[in-house]
Design a protein around this ligand. Structure first.
Ligand code: CA
Length: 224
């Protein structure tokens, strides 16, 4: 998942970004709403983690503004313990969930998974696509019941494809899911290399190429 964190507390922002990255997510972290606003305008995120106590403008203000602008990305808000009343206002303003500080990375990751499950309409915690099974919590991938070992970027790519099984995803969209803004500019063929690895490790038909357009999730049927 590509996650946007808006948190002005340096220690917390650093800890959450590092922790979520370690769990295989791509994370962009900003210390104020203005920068986050610019990031949201140009990038498709899977979830936003928004602190309500931000410099130069309250998180609630940004939340309301983004929802009014029609931005539907799932948003999870963070508040200080004495700000519980703000969490209620936040939910009313369009947040999907809230966490009261102090929080741990594991707790945040679990709540993010729950929010994404709800917003994507998936009741199951394991995603099934034919003979392919993916558990976003453990990152375990099974093909015909056999465990498949994937790298972090291969997992991010597979997850992006599984999230929209009916859609063709452009190379630009997929690249956004694999690299944050601090990553070195990806080599132009890197995405192709990851696709190649997914086909080799799972099955050649698992990813479809639509020449000049992008990629789509392929067949989940095991080949004889
Ligand atoms: Ca803060």
């Amino acid at each position: 998942m590509r996650i946007l964190i808006v948190e002005d507390d340096l220690l917390l922002g650093e800890a959450l970004s590092a922790g979520l990255r370690q769990l295989g997510h791509v994370v962009d972290w900003f210390g104020d709403g203005t920068q986050a606003n610019a990031a949201l305008a140009g990038t498709t995120f899977d979830a936003v983690v928004l602190d309500l106590g931000l410099p130069g403008g309250d998180g609630l203000h940004w939340l309301a503004r983004w929802r009014n602008a029609g931005i539907t990305v799932p948003m999870l808000i963070l508040t200080a313990r004495d700000g519980a009343a703000h969490s209620i206002t936040g939910l009313d303003s369009g947040a999907d969930d809230y966490l009261i500080k102090p929080i741990t990375v594991d707790e945040l990751a679990a709540r993010l998974r729950a929010v994404l499950r709800r917003t994507s309409g998936r009741a199951q915690s394991v995603w099934q696509h034919g003979a392919l099974e993916y558990n976003p919590a453990t990152k375990a991938v099974l093909w015909q019941g056999k465990s498949i070992d994937l790298t972090g970027r291969e997992l991010a790519l597979l997850e992006a494809l599984l999230k929209h099984p009916q859609r063709v995803l452009s190379k630009a969209h997929l690249q956004e899911k694999l690299y944050d803004w601090n990553s070195a500019e990806p080599e132009s063929n890197t995405l192709e290399v990851h696709v190649h690895h997914l086909r080799r490790k799972i099955a050649p038909s698992i990813v479809r190429t639509l020449r000049g357009v992008g990629y789509a999730l392929g067949s989940g049927e095991a080949e004889p």
